[in-house]
Design a protein around this ligand. Structure first.
Ligand code: G3P
Ligand code: MG
Length: 487
């Protein structure tokens, strides 16, 4: 006998005329099978040790508002006298700080001689060369070029071809546009150079927080969260923020601020404690995935609720005196070297903070999210591409035919489509769907991997017969205009 009537739960009573043979057959199944048949967990029988009490609160969480939305139309209620139009625009640097963040592009003798030959070929195949300089690629990293520290094998071949192993012996420009982060651009490029077996320069590289260096013109004292160890301290200092505070600095000042965290001597040695009861934070920056969710949750919420960003205080009006919070990207999941489904990332963390803030204040959190698919990130990518063109071809112009190759429809493809780029969706990462993504379909197509996407784009721009290999045995000067490179 049920403990409650169906009407207690606001549902229709089950029809009385259930076929007794079907019911008997269903009962013969294991409780797990019965549960999955019904779409819910099996209910223990009356003789068990549990009693079911109706819930007082709805079991349905209202998560729609927290999804991966674009940062349009934020509330403007009581907007504080912010030094930028917080929530309505995202500052980015006017031009990439090439000299400040640059790492050298290595160039060996073979490449140099190939470039010399290429310049002679250029005279002969001017049209093709012009087309090669009028196209470019923006590659996502996780799920397109690599899974964690393992290169996707086809990625190496694609980069080899773009770096000059093609019939023209010419570099076809590409940049890397990732929502990853957590360490300096130089450190990440060094790591990528090793993983991908090709030199990656910081001048062709944008990670989620790279454009956020512009914020150093607006804020001096910032809490910076995320990433391994304290690598983001160096990132923020490189960006020009004057007073960079890491969560460990605060823990060293008052370890009780994060109730479940045990603060080791090693942590203390790395920390730079100050008297935070006297410091006003200007902004909160989340640069990468938190490695200590609880502490970061607590500190971010503390500062959002504080009076003008001072720890230990609580504002009477959390909206009016709230300091701004910026997240470097909004992806919910990303592909890793884990063999199962994609793993949760910064977007999931941000949603938790939004929910906590709403639950504590009743107010929706106003925040800014950088990274793909945000327009600011793509505008900045254009600038990086322009400068990169100058470095590799001595021509500072933006190629007309840009191909974004990504695995995440909600960030890579959505942003690329909005920015007027050609978009290629690959099947080596987040996207596991059918013909194309329904919400954010790739306009150039869906490909099994990055190499296939690159080949299709190159053939579209440079001709179906274009050879994806340089043939060093054939000197184009001596052999006339027959650029007889091998396939
Ligand atoms: O945390 C998500 C990030 O790692 C995704 O990177 O290269 O796929 O944009 P990417
Ligand atoms: Mg990706």
């Amino acid at each position: 006998m049920p403990r409650f009537e169906d009407s207690d739960f606001g549902v229709e009573a089950s029809p009385a005329s259930v076929d007794p043979r079907a019911a008997a057959a269903a009962d013969a199944r294991s409780p797990r099978d019965r549960g999955s048949l019904a779409g819910s967990l099996p209910i223990p029988t009356d003789s068990g040790n549990t009693v079911e009490v109706p819930a007082s609160r709805s079991s349905i969480s209202d998560a729609a508002a927290f999804m991966h939305n674009l940062s349009l139309s934020p509330s403007t209620r009581d907007r504080r006298g912010s030094r930028n139009s917080f929530g309505t625009s995202l500052p980015i640097p006017r031009s990439p700080r090439v000299s400040r963040l640059s790492s050298a592009v290595t160039s060996d003798a073979a490449t140099v001689s190939r470039d010399l030959l290429a310049s002679q070929v250029q005279d002969m195949s001017q049209e093709k060369v012009a087309a090669a300089k009028n196209m470019a690629f923006a590659f996502d990293i996780d799920g397109v070029l690599a899974h964690g520290n393992e290169a996707i094998p086809e990625a190496k071949e694609a980069l080899r071809m773009l770096n000059g192993d093609n019939e023209l012996g010419i570099k076809i420009p590409y940049i890397l546009l990732t929502n990853g982060g957590g360490k300096t651009e130089a450190a990440r490029c060094e790591q990528l150079t090793e993983v991908l077996d090709h030199p990656i320069s910081t001048d062709q590289f944008i990670q989620s927080h790279t454009p956020m260096q512009a914020l150093s013109e607006y804020y001096e004292t910032v809490l910076v969260c995320g990433g391994e160890g304290q690598k983001i301290r160096e990132v923020a200092e490189n960006y020009g923020f004057k007073h960079v505070i890491h969560p460990k600095d605060i823990l060293a000042w008052d370890p009780t601020i994060s109730p479940w965290r045990s603060f080791s001597e090693e942590d203390r040695a790395e920390a730079k404690p100050r008297d935070f009861s006297k410091i006003n934070f200007d902004a909160i920056l989340v640069f990468a995935d938190s490695r200590d969710y609880q502490t970061d949750f607590q500190l971010i919420i503390d500062l959002l609720l504080a009076e003008d960003g001072k720890l230990g205080t609580r504002s009477k009006d959390p909206v009016a005196s709230r300091i701004p919070v910026y997240f470097s990207q909004g992806d919910l999941v990303f592909p890793t070297d884990h063999k199962g489904p994609p793993r949760l990332t910064q977007g999931a963390y941000r949603i938790s903070i939004e929910a906590q803030y709403k639950a504590l204040t009743g107010v929706d959190l106003e925040r800014v999210v950088y990274g793909k698919p945000e327009r600011a990130t793509y505008d900045y990518a254009d600038e990086v591409l322009r400068s990169w063109m100058e470095q590799i071809h001595n021509e500072k112009h933006l190629p007309e035919n840009i191909y974004m190759v990504g695995d995440n429809p909600a960030s890579d493809i959505c942003g690329g489509n909005m920015h007027g780029w050609n978009t290629c969706l690959v099947r080596t990462g987040v996207f596991q769907g059918g013909d194309n993504d329904e919400q954010n379909p790739a306009n150039f197509g869906v490909f099994p991997n990055v190499l296939e996407a690159v080949k299709a784009a190159v053939r579209k721009e440079l001709g179906k017969e274009f050879k994806m290999k340089w043939n060093p045995k054939v000197n184009p000067v001596l052999h006339g205009n027959s650029t007889s490179a091998v396939e």
